[in-house]
Design a protein around this ligand. Structure first.
Ligand SMILES: [Cu+2]
Length: 504
């Protein structure tokens, strides 16, 4: 048994090798593009990008708004708790958004998922839903063959209001039978879509019409009621806004739909038989291709989370904020039973809503906390490497030429864990261009994509002027500039850490 001192040395050497190997891999094409790695204790704020915007760190309530900045010790503009756990305003519990209830519900926004259009027919909202095979780009250039609806995986969002009557015309374009279940609705039994218990299968090329009244409100979803089709991705949001907007109203209503797949290396088709899951998607994308949720400083935000993993629960964690769990599935929880959390376990086929005041500016990671879910395409690549750095091709034709087996640990693989050297993780120029092509990521730290992986996304809380810059302007924004500006206004600029520079 090595001494603690030896173990520390072992880990230190291993992790340093891992870190430099990782960065070196990523930047391999142009080593000069990277500045020397900075280490703590060094003066770094010289690298701070130029100031952008000129607002102070003291945001003001818009003149037209009737809301306040402070509520019994809780501030909508800075991290704070409020004084009394029994107060309506403790951790921002009932602190209103800027949006008035009379403006109706905030629009539902699930990044990367389209909304299903409808037509009115004599007071009925008519939707056309087409179960079909879909090619879905989990990562830039990484296209997987999955099942979805109307060309999308997850399927497009059905969005209605409590009290609506809906007609959903389902035409099956899959090569096999399907069923569609309207998850959570209290509807007449023959429309429930439970395989053969309540209806006959919808055959390939055939159409079935579902029609029912919706008296509930909340977060629902539709999905295939064939287990293997569920594991292939057949699910979509079915959002029902309440007839009377809830008090306090929210400014943002985001949706994050979590899924898992098992797709072996070199395959594009999920193994729905698997007990293990190596690809993880949020709204059909894997981190860092997941699109950040962007809101304004001081807003009241709702995030609806749906876990549609086939087998695995997700402890979902948001940094920098405490949220209230305000609903589960199709029901608002009475306010007296709301629970404040920063990590909430969302079980398979469960939907939970989180509400909070975005009072802490910055780029906050929003992720599943299970370590195998914080990584895409987990495949075994750790431990002793039998033939280190040798390509199989070199000796496949002539096995007698194969390299010597070396079962000892080499320096490179000294750290007992992953991701170590991130072997096999491709971050080509095209990949990085696609990552940075989205407006939602503008001004984030240059190497953010190295740490937002698998079931991870980002909540960006931006002061008004930076929100406008990122989301609504064409002005070029240097990588890291928005982050630096937030540190400058709200943080500790003297301790600013510049990210290693990258060409992309
Ligand atoms: Cu998870």
């Amino acid at each position: 048994m090595p001494s603690p001192e030896d173990r520390r040395k072992f880990l230190k050497v291993g992790s340093f090798a891992a870190a430099t190997g990782f960065v070196g891999n990523l930047l391999g094409r142009d080593a000069n593009a990277q500045e020397p790695m900075q280490h703590s204790g060094m003066k770094q704020h010289d690298n701070m990008p130029q100031p952008i915007g000129n607002a102070s760190a003291r945001p003001e309530i818009p003149a037209s708004s009737e809301v306040a900045a402070e509520y019994e010790g809780f501030s909508r503009f800075k991290p704070s708790r409020g004084l009394d756990p029994d107060s309506d305003y403790y951790i921002g519990k009932l602190v209103p958004g800027f949006r008035k209830a009379s403006d109706g519900p905030a629009p539902f926004e699930a990044p990367d998922i389209p909304t299903l259009p409808y037509k009115m027919d004599n007071g009925v909202k008519v939707f056309e839903l087409v179960p079909m095979a879909v090619q879905q780009e989990f990562h830039p250039g990484v296209k997987m063959n999955v099942y979805g609806y109307n060309g999308s995986m997850p399927g497009p969002t059905i969005e209605v209001t409590q009290g609506d009557r809906v007609r959903i015309v389902v035409t099956n374009e899959l090569p096999e039978d399907t069923f569609v279940h309207w998850h959570g609705f209290e509807l007449p039994v023959q429309y429930d879509g439970a395989a053969t218990l309540t209806q006959n299968p919808i055959k390939p090329g055939k159409t079935k019409v579902f029609e029912f009244d919706i008296h509930e409100e909340g977060t629902f979803f539709y999905h295939s009621h064939v287990a293997m089709q569920e594991a292939f991705g057949q699910v979509g949001w079915f959002i029902v806004h309440p007839k009377r907007v809830f008090d306090p109203p929210v400014d943002r209503d985001f949706g994050l739909l979590f899924q898992n797949f098992h797709i072996p290396p070199t395959h594009t088709i999920s193994d729905s038989w698997s007990m293990d899951w190596n690809w993880h998607t949020i709204n059909g994308k894997s981190g860092p291709y997941t699109t950040p949720l962007v809101c304004k400083h001081g807003e009241r935000v709702r995030v609806r989370l749906l876990n549609f993993a086939p087998m695995q629960h997700h402890p979902i964690h948001l940094h920098g904020h405490t949220f209230w769990v305000t609903s589960h599935e199709g029901a608002r929880i009475p306010k007296s039973a709301w629970v404040p959390r920063n990590n909430e376990l969302v079980g398979v086929a469960q939907a939970s809503s989180f509400e909070f005041i975005a009072n802490n500016p910055g780029d906050w990671i929003f992720h599943c906390h299970m370590i195998h879910h914080m990584m895409n395409h987990m495949v075994k690549q750790v431990g002793p490497r039998m033939r280190d750095d040798a390509s199989v091709d070199q000796y496949l034709a002539n096995l007698s030429s194969r390299p010597q087996v070396d079962a000892s640990r080499s320096d490179k693989f000294a750290t007992p864990g992953y991701p170590q050297k991130m072997q096999g993780m491709e971050m080509s120029e095209d990949f990085m261009n696609a990552i940075w092509s989205r407006k939602e990521v503008r001004g984030m730290r240059a190497n953010y994509a190295m740490s937002v992986k698998g079931l991870m996304t980002v909540l960006r809380v931006l002061p008004d002027d930076l929100y406008e810059l990122v989301m609504n302007s064409d002005q070029p924004v240097e990588k890291g500039a928005v982050f630096a500006e937030i540190v400058r206004r709200f943080g500790d600029p003297g301790k600013y850490e510049a990210a290693p520079r990258m060409m992309m």
